[in-house]
Design a protein around this ligand. Sequence first.
Ligand code: 4AD
Ligand code: MG
Length: 451
Amino acid sequence: MSAQVTAIASLKDHVGQEVTLQGWLYNRRSSKKVVFLELRDGTGIVQAIVGVNDLGPERFAEADRLAQETSLTVTGEVRAHPKQPGVFELGVRAFQVLGPVHGEYPITPKEHGTDFLMDHRHLWLRSRRQVAILKVRAEIIAAIRDYFDGNGFTLVDAPIFTPNACEGTSTLFETDFHGDRAYLTQSGQLYAEAAAMALGKVYCFGPTFRAEKSKTRRHLAEFWMVEPEVAFLDLAGDMALAEDFLSSVVARVLDRRREELKALERDTTKLERVQKPFPRIRYTEALEVLQRAWDARSAEGRLALDPEGRPEKRPAFGDDFGADEETVISSAFDRPVIVHRYPMELKAFYFKRDPEDARVALGMDVLAPEGYGEIIGGGQREDDLATLEAGIAEHRLPKGAFEWYLDLRRYGSVPHAGFGLGIERTVAWLCGLQHVRETIPFPRMLNRLGP
Ligand code: 4AD
Ligand code: MG
């Protein structure tokens, strides 16, 4: 086979020419005289047509027996589809099997249960939907990097092994580090803060870990987070950065991944509304929305009951917002909404207190529309040495592990702020997926360590 090796995605440039494709058999249909081989190569899927008159009866019968996921090379002439514009097919002149299929490929075109698919994640990745999701994920990551690289930020990687907690001690994965206790990082933020005092505008981007016992559609034990951190930035500037950043990432995905979003049947008109400015509401305003919703349910006798039969409590200051509350809050908006100034007691030790209202922290969450919930969390950091020391004590954190972090307040402390965006929740939102387990190549969750 001497024809030029080509990717399925570039067939449009080779109409009328003979090319060789390398890929896997995705599906096969046949009639008496023609076998249709659906071939995939990671860049696309093409129909390769084997005619009994072109290859002779023996090769034709062989093509008709090819099992799903056989790897093969196929050589033939590229033709425009007679009826569908923009679709191309291959008139097969020759094919060669590279790797046969031993036994039966476990994932057939019929429906499978989620557990079965998750157990075969290493193979499930080959399916059309999963390929589309992985491409959108890669585009989101590239867009993030380009945004920060192009806006004066320096990438500074944070360590994975850490001696200190960042987001509270209840979700730490503990490990033994040559005899010392170490944790898998929950967030690179504290290190990004150190780097921001060196470089001004930085971001870290890597895997982070939470030993959360939550089995929800938004929680992973291992997830990727990008965390910008900026010196001389306050909460208002942080919200403006989050809004500019997020709208730019969404625009880039819409621009470059239309085809994948279409394959995923994503309603892109909803994503097109993700334009600046994003609405900003205070926690207390969000609380009023929840209280009004509670009052309405109460008046209609529709309050939810807990397992002991007690009706749900009326939302009150100090309550954290779970997925249901976030959905109620965000459903009033057609684009992401920024909720800011949460009660201090809900927040990690490093948040700066609002000088105008001591009950609340200068923090913010960005809630994605359509019920996707919190995708960004961040805010302004406490920059005063004594106040931060008191915060560490109040949260019962071991001060020794934070001495280096306190140094940032000892030597030229400045106001600064940043945030973290969870990649998987962003992928779920942009792809329109029900669960984050499909947004990462190999998810790690409460009940899943393999494959
Ligand atoms: O709100 P979080 O916990 O914030 C931080 O970790 C800060 N230190 C970030 C910063 O200011 N530099 O997490 C940030 C985001 C969340 O909004 C969510 O998108 C994602 O990380 N996230 C998770 N994603 C999947 N599974 C989990 N268990 C997650 N926990 C947080
Ligand atoms: Mg958060």
